[in-house]
Write a protein that binds this ligand. Sequence first.
Ligand code: FE
Length: 175
Amino acid sequence: MESGSPKDAVKTLTPTVRCNGTPPTPALREGPYYKPDTPLRTSFRGDVDGGTPLLLHGAVRTLDGKPIGGTLLDFWQVGDAGVYDGDGFGLRGHQFADAEGQWRLETVLPAVYPGRTRHVHVKVQSPGGDVLTTMLYFPGERRNHLDKYFRPECLMDVRETPEGWDAAFTFVLDV
Ligand code: FE
């Protein structure tokens, strides 16, 4: 699909940003480690021994800020060891946002692995909509600006809590 025809070029244009709305969350490469048919679940904590607890949570909204309930979110990441589970579904799973567009995943902090800054992969698909493949990033990481896939628009709002790290992100979809 790299014919470079004008028709293909049109398809890759970034959606127009409305002047009174929030820009849509940008798409980022899937990378080589995605696996389909992941289990439905909202916690990855049982997949690993130890690790730093991380609570990922947030919302899915339209450009106008309306919640998109029932959105599919499919996450995959590394843990402390910095490797993806190629055999099973460790640190992989999907869930659906609730009626208010809210989602929540109990997981562990992903390690930095060679060539990449700290990140979590995710596919987001509103009901009947297109799949957005992107990544979530952590502020204050030394390697963020050395990573060619880093996008500041995909930085989460991260804070430390007595239970571990809490990271919030709102996906904005052009539906
Ligand atoms: Fe990755």
